[in-house]
Every structure is written in C-alpha cells, then in structure tokens.
Design a binder for this molecule. Structure first.
Ligand code: SF4
Length: 337
C-alpha cells in the first residue's frame, strides 16, 4: 500500500481538474493519440524515449506501414527491423521491441506483466497500461519529474533514488480514479509545452496558483539534476573503398554497441575525404573518412547499401561521398517529447 502524502487539497484539485481541462484544450494532435491499440501505444512509447516528437512522427508512420501488427513485427527479419530504426539511435530499443514481439501473442495489460518484457521499465509499463488499457498506473519521466519538482519545490537531485521514490509517490497519489491515461499524458504534455526546461510559460500554466517554484522564483533552480556529466571527445577513422561502382562495408558483431549494423571498415590513409561530427549521449564523436584501397568486408552497390541498417554518421558519410540515394528518413533527436 503506497504511503499517503497529505497533499494540500488545492494542489490535488489543480492537478485533477485544471490540468485535464488545459490538456483537452491545448494537447497536440499526434498520430499515436486517440487510438485504442496497445501495439501502437507501445511502439510510440519506445520511440519517444529520449527522442523528439517531431522526429518520431515519421519513423512511427513508416514503422506501422512496415509492421502494422505485433505478429508482423514478430515475423520480420532482424535486419529489416534495424533498418526501419536507422537514424533513431539507441538501437537496443528496436532489438528489444523485436524480441518482445516474438515472446507474446497479445500485449499484457498490467504493469508487472509488461515489465517482464525486454526494454520495458516502470515508466513505459505505466504509460502502456494507463494509455492503452486505462489502468490506474502512475508514470514519471523527465517531463513529469520537472513539473513535480517545480510545483512541490523538491530540491533533491531528481536522479537519486530517494527523490525518484518521492516523485513516484506523488505520481501515484495524484492519479484520479479514472481517465488515468489522459491524466498521465496531460502531465507529460504540460512538461513538453509549458513547464519547459528553460523559460517555462508560467502565465499560461494551469498549476500556477499552487506552484512553489513560481511563488519563490525557483524555476531556473529546479529540477536539481546534479552536476552535468562532462562530454568526452572520441575520433573514429574509417576507410571509404570503392571499386566498379561498389562500396566496401563491414558488419559489426552480433552483440554489443550497434550490433549487426553495417559501417565503413576501420583504417586511415594519407587522403582525408571528409569529417563528420555528431554526438551520442555524452560523447562528441568525430568520424574521419579516408580514401582506402583494401580491407576486410563485403561489396555493395548503392541500391544494396540503401537497404542496409547503418549508424547515422556512417550513413551521412556514405551520402556525402556516394550521393543521396542512401538518404535516411530523418536524423535522430535526443530529447524526449
Ligand atoms: S507555474 Fe511555471 S514552474 Fe510551475 S509548473 Fe507551471 S510552468 Fe512549471
């Protein structure tokens, strides 16, 4: 039984009445909203992890054209699943979706059952259970944590277990008796549109009357996310090797980072063709592409290479040196919702 928090009635009221009212008027029209299909909710929730809504829209549409049902995903070859995820990043998400689809014939409705599936943690389980099955399940993601930290004036580091426990208790306590899916989406939408990380639009916020951060001018101090991790610089040198209209690529090992994806072979020469910079998590990566003569790998035509799953930086390099026939649908973002 969760501990009772004795929250002020005005605060509970603001969350349960003013917030849903605001949501009905201001929510975005998104392709995964207003549908009664747990598979689609699941796909959207996995794609939205650490990725911007605008990036996910196109991937979501393409994914559902290719894999419209759980069964079609379960039957798909792993290489095709990776290809449809290309550019979204965090490829373990796609692999876990595929693994889970092979394990089940229907998507479970409860948080404990959902959490047994690969790639589904407490947040995703709560989102699927509440949105797709109208279960009374709480959620806490980055947006919700920010809203709670500000409204309740929580000064603890939101990454620490003690603060996380507080956030989950609040999420549980504030849930209404029904329409929990809409309530959870309203919380996330408020964090995405109004209670934004920088310059929150407090004047438009349905929670402004009860918000501690607004009353004390702490919007810039909260949430406390601890000391930011320093990013590290990494350089990868690779070879672009072509012969008679074909390109040499090698496949990454079946396990580990970017497992099974195709990329340029490692190596270096006197002739630098181009440099591509990109960031993954806390790494600033420089990919230097050199003209090469020989390496282990397999030859592909442009058309064949376009069907392979490649890491985004290698795909960009291939487009730059071999032309736009290899274009990926969109570049992956890294910010949730
Ligand atoms: S009043 Fe401002 S700081 Fe408080 S929840 Fe609303 S937008 Fe966020």
């Amino acid at each position: 039984m969760p501990q009772r928090l004795n929250l002020p009635p005005a605060t509970v009221n603001a969350f349960r009445r003013a917030l849903p009212r605001w949501y009905r008027r201001h929510r975005r029209s998104l392709p995964w909203r207003g549908i009664q299909d747990p598979y689609r909710t699941w796909v959207s929730e996995i794609m939205l992890q650490q990725t911007r809504v605008e990036t996910v829209r196109e991937y979501y549409r393409r994914w559902l054209r290719e894999f419209p049902t759980l069964e079609s995903l379960a039957r798909a070859p792993a290489a095709r699943v990776l290809k449809m995820w290309e550019g979204l990043g965090y490829y373990s998400r796609a692999r876990n979706l595929h693994r889970a689809a092979k394990q089940i014939s229907t998507i479970p409705a409860t948080v404990p059952e959902l959490m047994k599936l690969p790639g589904i943690g407490r947040y995703t389980a709560g989102a699927i259970a509440s949105i797709a099955f109208d279960q009374r399940a709480p959620i806490v993601d980055g947006n919700v944590a920010r809203v709670f930290a500000r409204v309740f004036g929580l000064t603890g580091n939101v990454k620490l277990p003690a603060t996380q426990a507080q956030l989950w208790m609040l999420a549980e306590e504030l849930l209404p008796a029904k329409n929990c899916g809409d309530f959870n989406q309203a919380l996330m939408e408020l964090g995405a549109l109004v209670c934004t990380p920088a310059s929150p639009a407090c004047a438009q916020c349905p929670l402004r009357q009860v918000c501690v951060a607004r009353a004390r001018g702490w919007q810039d101090r909260l949430p406390n996310r601890g000391v930011p991790q320093k990013s590290t610089a990494v350089t990868h040198d690779v070879l672009f090797i072509q012969n008679a209209g074909k390109f040499l690529l090698r496949q990454r090992p079946k396990t580990g980072v970017l497992a099974g994806m195709w990329e340029f072979p490692a190596g270096k020469s006197e002739k630098l063709l181009l440099t591509i910079r990109h960031a993954i998590m806390n790494q600033r990566i420089t990919l230097r592409v050199f003209a090469g003569q020989t390496a282990a790998g397999r030859w592909f035509t442009r058309r064949q290479a376009a069907q392979l799953a490649m890491p985004a930086a290698h795909r960009r390099a291939l487009i730059a040196v071999a032309g736009p026939a290899h274009r990926s649908p969109a570049a992956g973002g890294r910010t949730r919702r």
